[in-house]
Unconditional design. Sequence first.
Length: 662
Amino acid sequence: MIAFSVWEALPARLSRIREALKLLGGAISGETLPTRVRRAVSGAAARVRADIAFAFIDIFIVIAAYAMALAIRMLDPFGVENPQSFFRDFSKVIPIVVVIHVAANVISGAYGHVWEHASTDEAMKVVVASSVAGTLVLAMSYILKAPQFDIVLPVAVVVMGAFLSLAGMGLVRFRSRLFSFRKTGGGNRILVVGTGRDAAVFARQVPTLSDQGLAVGFVSDGHSAPESARRLAGLPILGHVGQVADLVREHEIDEVVVVGTDPIRTREVVDRCLEVDVRLRILPAAEDVMEDRSGAVDVRDIKVEDLLARPRVATDLEEVAQLLKGKRVLVTGAGGSIGGEIVAQVLGFEPAGVWALDRDETLLHDASLGWIGDPHIVLADVRDAEKALRTFERIRPDVVFHAAALKHVPVLEQFPDEAVLTNVIGTRNVIEAGSRAGMSHFVLISTDKAVDPASVMGATKRIAELMVQLGQHRNDGCVYTAVRFGNVLGSRGSVIPTFVEQIKIGGPVTVTDADMTRYFMTVDEAVQLVLQASALAGGSEVFVLDMGDPVRIVDLARRLIRLAGLTPGADIKIEYTGRRPGEKLTESLSTDPMALTRNPQIFEARLGHPTAYFVLDSIADLEDAAHAGNQEEVRRLLSHLASAAIGIEPQAKAAEFEPQWS
């Protein structure tokens, strides 16, 4: 009964121990430490908490086991000459017995494991530790029988105590394995890419997941394990990442799980599996996710953003917060993908107020459903100069993010007048209205299509950049800057949603040219760049993100088909339609020299420009032609003004600026 009571009290004791150690770990991992250090310390504290908790449990188990063994021995009272001495001697010896067992566990490595996923290797460590401890206690019992000690510990008690200690420790450690019913047949055959600790833990946990399966083996990426390694967690290392497709065929693999979010390795695995029928999934590394005390494995399907072959943008949030906290912020084009995300992120920096402006009520309404906060909705068109001025004078914004624009290249090739009225005249109206209302920062959202523009859309954006460069010479106290980036993954009307819809209906996926390439980034990265640019800006800069290497559109299409669980060419056809008007084969982020900024992933393009007189006169002519609907004249003026900015040195015309535009 005593032993049973001790056993019943173990969960409550363990809970109290964990809570005390949790408080210790929380104090250690305070917010004053850097994130990586904090995670490392927090992880180490969690492991120490678990090990100490198991050590306390082992102490109770050993005491209960030897007490139970002694009680069993005392069931034969006629075979015991002096039973009272046994209990007296037991109380003297049990502390030493406990120390021997716990020390044996420490030396054999019976601590420091995730026991829910332990294998026979870990089980053998517990067996060896208990056997060694029992042998040492038995030897000690003979020594203590000497006259100078006169302490008797029966051999039967030692043997039974060691055996019961082993049984108790094993029961605690392998309780989830002993009392769970696992699927023994069927399920997916899984190949794990990675040979680190996270990969081993995942392979052991596979049978306990909701979508049960069988881990067949591992694939080495050549970095996380020595070439001499042949087995991990009881499973074979079958080859390297270059052999994934062959291994899938050879071992009839249903699912490939990539451990870690290294985009280069993930993209290579996807590319290797383009022609084989297998599901691809990803398991973020432990340091890439927040601490999860439940022990669950977060396996998910691979997403397109996992394939970006470059580091994610690092933003100095403190610098951005200093700019936005307590300020009145206005975002134009707030119903769009970029504008809506700007509103969402700015709301997190405690501004005095955020105004979301768009001319499309449906887009504005839909975007507002996803905002956490209370921005002010403004339904207005930046093409209306008088309405823009009244709006700005009413709001009096400190910071303006100008994302309102027409962006679809093929459509704007047919309607260049509309492109001019929104992208050029609309930008001018916002700058004029903001300047009169006393704004302190203006940030234009631009595009890589503004570089040596070959389309109406690109030309209008380059002219908008020129107005930003010239705006700094208005001497109105405002800092003007532009942010230039490539394609945004998942933005409304972009290539990826188009491909996804084509895949959903069974194809074909249409690609304009087999050699066409583009730069890509995620929408949150694009907005982080915009916010960082607003903090970095000193005036008239055009900032550019280091977006890594350009991606071939046809390769992107193949990867999307593969990520949908289909085989390119077999399940979904790819058709080439030819380049559309205004489309380049390749895009460039800048043909002009670029300088480093405080953020190593953000550069400043050193751009020249014509004089203020020339630019403003040309824009006035463009406005007249656009209002008249003279498409050919609009095209001619666009080409003339955009090309006039090419080849001018950044500092060559500085003396020719006038302090005011008008």
